[in-house]
Design a protein around this ligand. Structure first.
Ligand SMILES: Cc1cc2nc3c(=O)[nH]c(=O)nc-3n(C[C@H](O)[C@H](O)[C@H](O)COP(=O)(O)OP(=O)(O)OC[C@H]3O[C@@H](n4cnc5c(N)ncnc54)[C@H](O)[C@@H]3O)c2cc1C
Length: 388
């Protein structure tokens, strides 16, 4: 027999965004239930692999800067509330040819918002970062407001605090149906119906599947591969440096982290241009989220190895690799807010490979939207109706 549970707000999907939303609701005293199909911090979505970059002089658009500043504050708040270190401040290095997207994007955002930064000539960049092999003429933008977020720990911590603040958390519990309704939307988990005042849907790569009533917004799920490469030179050179993003002359935008274990550095590719010398035939490969991305293979190892060559004192054979999913929107900006076909629901998705750093602020915005229908956080550019 079907059981019915009543609450104020249900959060569907406790990944990067949903875990933060649930904590924000619970700490405000809102009765809330969080539902996750796997275990929080799992490796089958978009939020695994030990590290995520946070940076402030935002290459993807200066208009993101107020939101990333809010995210810094909310990450600090989560660290204070939990007593956990979740964000390592390392600074950021963006490098590329003069006029490349990484360099001009960072400079534009920094100028627009008066952000502290340094613009290094090719000679200065080589002298400051000898563990990077820069191509002739590559320059750099360096900022202190950058670092490494620990994704699995951040999700686990937010879920723990949410529970401690009174939220109910259901794990290994796939939501089979979300029913929109302006007054009393509901969510089905097996034979249980959870009726609420609001439902927040943060289902990551599964968002269109969780919401059959969502019109086709052009959301695509793509495979990406991360590689951990052994440090063969001085470990200190790779341990203390900034997170980085490098824009190659052929259109490859790749990124990496200082070594967190003293033995390996992690790198990945964010974007490639067709025909780039680093590109593989597998670039942008579509993924069915229920099947998950194909396991990393020798071709992935070879293409990431070609990028590892651009670092000094790092081997070119990965010690290990991991595959992950990007959920892309057509303009690569996020979806946060309401859709008129889905009354009673608040949705957040389409984080297009650069959303993790914002999760703390997205959680606060979702809690505001669920509680009050509006937020003061700067999310207007993520309106899910912007293409209408
Ligand atoms: C390789 C890689 C590198 C990245 N690097 C960076 C970076 O350096 N900096 C950065 O800011 N961003 C980065 N990103 C992007 C960032 O990680 C994602 O934008 C972010 O994690 C997306 O969070 P999410 O909550 O939307 O999805 P997820 O964290 O995947 O969460 C969605 C959750 O919903 C659950 N779910 C789905 N359907 C159901 C259902 N029916 N019932 C119950 N639960 C359900 C899923 O199991 C999952 O736990 C990277 C992404 C990848 C893949």
């Amino acid at each position: 027999m079907a059981e019915t549970v009543h609450t104020d707000t249900v959060v569907v999907g406790l990944g990067a965004m949903g875990s933060q939303a649930l904590w924000q609701l619970a700490r405000r005293g809102v009765p809330a239930v969080g539902v996750e199909q796997f275990a929080p911090g799992h490796d089958r979505g978009s939020s695994h692999g030990e590290s995520r970059i946070i940076r402030t002089a935002y290459v993807e658009g200066a208009e993101y800067v107020p939101f990333v500043r809010a995210a810094w504050e909310h990450w600090a708040d989560l660290e204070r509330a939990s007593g956990q270190d979740l964000l390592l401040r390392t600074g950021t290095l963006m490098a590329g040819a003069p006029g490349s997207g990484a360099v001009t994007g960072a400079l534009t955002a920094a100028a627009h918002h008066g952000l502290a930064h340094e613009h290094l000539s090719p000679e200065q960049a080589r002298a400051r970062f000898p563990h990077h092999r820069f191509a002739a003429g590559e320059e750099a933008v360096v900022e202190e407001e950058g670092g490494v977020l620990l994704p699995e720990a951040a999700i686990g911590t937010a879920v723990r605090l949410a529970r401690e603040a009174g939220a109910r958390v259901l794990t290994e519990a796939p939501v089979t149906r979300v029913v929109p309704d302006a007054e009393r939307p509901s969510v089905w988990v097996g034979g249980t119906e959870i009726r609420a005042r609001r439902v927040v849907v943060t289902a990551g790569s599964w968002l269109p599947r969780a919401l059959p009533g969502l019109p086709d917004l052009g959301i695509r799920v793509e495979r990406r591969v991360l590689g951990w490469f052994p440090v063969t030179g001085d470990p200190a050179a790779h341990s203390g440096g900034p997170v980085f993003a490098r824009d190659e002359a052929d259109g490859t935008l790749w990124y990496g982290f200082p070594s967190l274990d003293g033995r390996t550095v992690k790198i990945g590719v964010h974007a490639e241009a067709p025909g780039s010398r680093f590109a593989g035939a597998q670039w942008g490969e579509p993924v069915d989220p229920d099947e998950g991305p194909r396991a990393p293979d020798a071709e992935d190892a070879a293409r990431l190895g070609r990028l590892a060559e651009r670092l000094a004192g790092v081997g070119t054979e990965p010690e290990r690799m991991a595959a992950c999913m990007y959920t892309m929107t057509p303009d690569e900006h996020f979806l946060i807010g309401h859709r008129r076909e889905l009354p009673g629901l608040v949705l957040a998705g389409g984080f297009s490979g650069h959303g993790f750093k914002f999760a703390s602020a997205v959680g606060a915005a979702l809690a505001d939207l669920a509680q009050h229908g509006r937020t003061d956080l700067p999310i207007a550019m993520f309106d899910p109706h912007r293409w209408d």
